[in-house]
Design a protein around this ligand. Structure first.
Ligand SMILES: Nc1ncnc2c1ncn2[C@@H]1O[C@H](COP(=O)(O)OP(=O)(O)OP(=O)(O)O)[C@@H](O)[C@H]1O
Ligand SMILES: Nc1ncnc2c1ncn2[C@@H]1O[C@H](COP(=O)(O)OP(=O)(O)OP(=O)(O)O)[C@@H](O)[C@H]1O
Ligand SMILES: [Mg+2]
Ligand SMILES: [Mg+2]
Lengths: 165, 157, 157, 165
């Protein structure tokens, strides 16, 4: 279940156009100048996977996730879709690809969809848990977090070990 | 319960040590802070860099912490294998030698697991299957995708 | 009391803005979080990067935070001028463009104030008056000093 | 009052030999591989200027500051001297240079000296305060601290401003 494509529109620094990012299966490197939007791509993935905490997406409030451009231009809603490869049917859905989408509506509510069908957030989390995918699991390391992992106290490291046991 | 924990402990200790050795040439392992009470005890990662005495991962340098953290994360992977990893500038405090080792490790692991990493260093992208450039233009982010030599401008849908 | 604070506030705001502009070409200033109650109010730094709308320094990217922090620190200098500055890898998250601007700023400031900076990037050392190499050998640190071209091995006294 | 020379011996990764680091007045860059000892040089300066907190020197306890090499080799005491240029007599001592030294003795006590004369820690702090030098002031930025400065809350930034006013 690798990430095949991400589609971002109106989320953080990604403006009103549909930004399509196809991803290869192997070794992918994202690069570019400071403030370009690299970490926002990672925030977009976490957002689509169901991340609820604005702080974990580096925003003060969820409403800060909606694109704000120059001259007061603002998107109506923030939308991210993540297309997962399902050729090995690891996810219990009989399709080659599974698309998880989330839209942050102007009223602050989130709309979740699997392959275009509206579902609840817990439907998404349950589906992804079958493949060990969670919005804030050990396989997504945000910028600056790496030093903190080595500085974990013995109690914290124990907790981490118990989580994966 | 104790047997399950000790099996997890031993396994992560061994795997973290394997990846640490791949990244630095040294050794690493996990220790129980209080071996008398294994069910409640805290856990420490001990690292021995080449030419140095063993130390807890909390008392080492910034770059040394970065490689130790990556080794631990990879060690945890054995238990809950993930189909993809995402790393955001984990190489920021690493010198050229460790960065090169990291890029080689990521490349090797990418045969089995998708590895997505953000980096500002050319070394990290030298053997990438795909290079994604993200930059800001007129106050919004744009994407340029290069795959092994061809450049495709992200299609604005 | 209010007058003293407002004078400090204005001054740091102006100076931080000057250094921010030198580093990024954009603008920066300080704002009172609660202008009605200046004596208790918190203070925010607002930054406007070239081509982008103004934002609080808390909501920007890693590299953008690094240049903003350096600009603020330099802005504070006007009030309590220090004879020396020490920076430990403040360029870790900066890209090549900002790192180059930082090195140029440090070089310029070093005419009046001693600037000591730790960096892993060659760009930072290109115009240094002195380059100090620190490395580990047989489990202890050793020093090699280069001054504008000559190399002197640290004398073990 | 710039830093002219640092002499380190038995402090953290600096072993039993006397390590002498002459410093130029202008732009000085410290570089080298990970784990070489670059940040320990900065810790050594803070230590000599009177830093009391082991955590601020990246150690769990003060006794961790004493050099520990391979095969259990240990220094007896950790010693750092910082030579300050005083050609403009900014420090109220009539000498071209002022040497501040601190030794961490085996019993955990610290011995402070100014130009070789034993003094108290507060004598050192009072002397240095005349030139705005404190062990943990805004002009010494430790590794990893820079992101935290930009992420300060409005209350923290206000406190910083009040400190320098
Ligand atoms: N809601 C929003 N609307 C518009 N821009 C936003 C929004 N939220 C954040 N930004 C901007 O997004 C930009 C890019 O941030 P991001 O952290 O992704 O950069 P980055 O490429 O990771 O840079 P670095 O290399 O410095 O880490 C920042 O300049 C930030 O101010
Ligand atoms: N008391 C001690 N005795 C011996 N070595 C020590 C002691 N305390 C710390 N060290 C070691 O000092 C080494 C150097 O640490 P330091 O943080 O100065 O490295 P650095 O050059 O800043 O590296 P980086 O580029 O990764 O930040 C570490 O490997 C650490 O384990
Ligand atoms: Mg980033
Ligand atoms: Mg360091």
């Amino acid at each position: 279940v690798y990430l095949k494509k991400i589609v971002i529109n109106g989320f953080k620094s990604f403006g009103l156009r549909r930004n399509v990012i196809p991803l290869e299966k192997g070794y992918v490197v994202i690069t570019g100048p400071n403030g370009g939007g690299k970490s926002n791509v990672i925030d977009a993935i976490k957002f689509a996977l169901g991340e609820l905490s604005a702080q974990a997406l580096r925003a003060s409030r969820l409403s800060d996730l909606v694109y704000e451009g120059n001259n007061g231009q603002r998107a109506n809603l923030a939308s991210v879709s993540v297309v997962l490869d399902n050729s090995e049917r690891a996810l219990p859905i009989d399709k080659e690809e599974v698309t998880i989408s989330r839209k942050l509506l102007p009223n602050g509510e989130s709309l979740y969809q699997i392959n275009g069908k509206t579902v609840s957030r817990s439907d998404i989390l349950t589906l992804l848990a079958t493949c060990n995918i969670r919005p804030s699991s050990v396989n997504i390391i945000t910028q600056g977090a790496v030093l903190g992992i080595a500085e974990m106290s013995p109690e914290e490291m124990r907790k981490l070990l118990d989580e994966v046991a | 319960k104790l047997a399950v924990f000790m099996r997890t402990f031993e396994r992560v200790s061994r795997e973290a040590g394997y990846y640490f050795n791949k990244l630095t040439g040294g050794e690493a392992w996990l220790e129980l802070a209080d071996p008398e009470r294994p069910l409640e005890s805290g856990v420490e990662m001990v690292v021995r860099f080449v030419g140095k005495p063993p130390r807890s991962s909390r008392g080492i340098s910034g770059g040394e912490k970065s490689v130790s953290a990556v080794a631990l994360l990879m060690g945890l992977q054995g238990l809950t294998p993930a189909d993809f990893y995402i790393f955001d500038e984990v190489d920021a405090h690493m010198d050229v030698a460790y960065t090169r080792n990291l890029a080689a490790l990521f490349k090797e692991m990418s045969r089995k697991t998708q590895i997505i990493t953000v980096s500002l260093k050319d070394i990290m992208g030298e053997h990438a299957d795909q290079l994604i450039g993200v930059y800001s233009q007129h106050g919004e982010s744009r994407i340029v995708i290069t795959k092994l030599g061809e450049t495709i401008e992200s299609k604005a849908g």
